[in-house]
Design a protein around this ligand. Sequence first.
Ligand SMILES: [Zn+2]
Length: 127
Amino acid sequence: MYCPVCLNDTLFMHTKGTIFIKINRQTMSTSHFLYNLSKEEEEDILEHLSIKLDEFLSWYSKFQNKEKISSVEIISANFACDKRCRLPSEARFSIIGSLVSKRTFVKLLLTLSKKHGLSVDVNSLDI
Ligand SMILES: [Zn+2]
């Protein structure tokens, strides 16, 4: 992944950290989970993600004026650059496309959204 400071493909994820879920710019206090890459593989992370996404969508489905899901952020701050760049403190990076494939994630999102009666704006979905 690309470092926003030196623009080299030298960004890597820490072995342990936290992954946050943000949908349509909303967050809930419990929409995050810990990961540990020394013990977990893609399927373990996907399982945690699935549980948290399910909780999130259940909560979101109760909103009065909910919108179609058009923006999904599955992000972490636990990244560092090989070249030891100082990343901005607010820097968050998506784990979709690295820890979990985009295809797998979209499939999960569609299944869980349907379960909670929510629709996803697939054509302009920003992940
Ligand atoms: Zn860098």
